[in-house]
Unconditional design. Structure first.
Length: 324
């Protein structure tokens, strides 16, 4: 078995903001006296799954949740350990931000086990901070820093949805209706998708503040409350953006209906003008004897003038009735 299979990174935190990078041998030989362990795995690789099931000593229910295919943001306490599942926006190249990425965490007083399927940018931020000796000093710091960085990356995405909604609102008069409908529909789906995952994460952050674990202190809970407030604001911004988009869609539908009604009205007016003209020309066009003026060389001119006069009279009547 390849010793690096499934392991993305491993660290022994020194409690001072830095850490020593380690591999599988150190992880398998780790004891809590060695320092705080952080092991970050690819959830889809076998070696990490085997280590979790056979050597980690984590509760089997927690392991099942860590390795589950489908998850939602939640937290569950196991004695002095905490299972936490978080979601963040997908900022990987070529990905849609609303296609959220998840990270699953097991945190206890002496170790941090994290798993992901797709790359989570906030994890790389923590690794950079450790290299700069400004990283988390303990499990509580790690949880706060990770949630804070994940939420910070949501801000530009939510702001982008609001800015695009502002731009579409400004373009309501000039943009083509079909193009505008497609853009509004896409933007509304993005807002709904983001809110679907942010709302449970808001509840998760609120619950974390009341978890009774020894490694999560008062200062950590205060910072988690700030993160929770930030998520609440993002959810409210998404709700506002979604309502604005819905209002724009309703206004656009109303404009399209009004345009359709005007078009149908004009067609009805035109049909009303030509209906008697068509009736008259139809009568004169029947192939029977006795048609007035059939022998007169100026008969066609007289009929044409009569039709023009009749059409003008109808237009005059329609205008007096203010039909157009």
């Amino acid at each position: 078995m390849d010793e690096t299979d499934g392991l993305i990174c491993g660290y022994l935190l020194d409690g001072k903001g830095s850490g020593k990078e380690i591999g599988w041998p150190e992880i398998r030989a780790w004891e809590h006296t060695h320092g705080i362990l952080w092991a970050h795995f690819d959830r889809t690789e076998v070696s990490g799954q085997v280590w979790l099931n056979e050597q980690s000593g984590i509760d089997s229910v927690a392991i099942e949740a860590l390795l589950a295919e489908e998850t939602r943001p939640r937290t569950v306490a196991f004695n002095d350990g905490l299972l936490v599942i978080l979601r963040g926006v997908n900022l990987n190249p070529g990905a849609d931000p609303e296609d959220m990425v998840s990270i699953r965490l097991w945190i206890d007083p002496f170790r941090i086990i994290s798993l992901r399927s797709r790359r989570v940018m906030a994890v790389q931020d923590l690794r950079d901070n450790l290299a700069a000796q400004s990283g988390p000093k303990n499990p509580g710091d790690f949880l706060v820093a990770l949630t804070d960085k994940m939420v910070d990356r949501m801000g530009p995405v939510v702001a982008g949805i609001e800015d695009e909604a502002d731009q579409l609102e400004d373009n309501m008069v000039t943009a083509a209706s079909r193009e505008l409908r497609v853009q509004l529909g896409t933007l509304r789906r993005q807002a709904i998708s983001l809110r679907r995952y942010l709302a449970p994460q808001r509840d998760l952050m609120a619950r974390l503040q009341f978890e009774q674990v020894s490694w999560l202190g008062t200062a950590h809970k205060i910072r988690l409350r700030e993160v929770a407030d930030q998520i609440i604001r993002y959810v409210e911004d998404l709700d506002a953006a979604r309502e604005r988009i819905a209002a724009m869609q309703e206004e656009l539908a109303g404009r399209l209906a009004e345009q359709m009604n005007k078009t149908m009205f004009m067609l009805a007016v035109i049909a009303g003008i030509f209906l008697p003209l068509g009736l008259l020309t139809g009568l004169l066009g029947i192939n029977v004897g006795g048609i007035p003026g059939s022998q007169n060389p100026y008969g066609f001119v007289f009929v044409s003038l009569l039709l023009v006069i009749l059409a003008g009279f109808q237009i005059f009547i329609f205008r007096r009735l203010k039909w157009f």
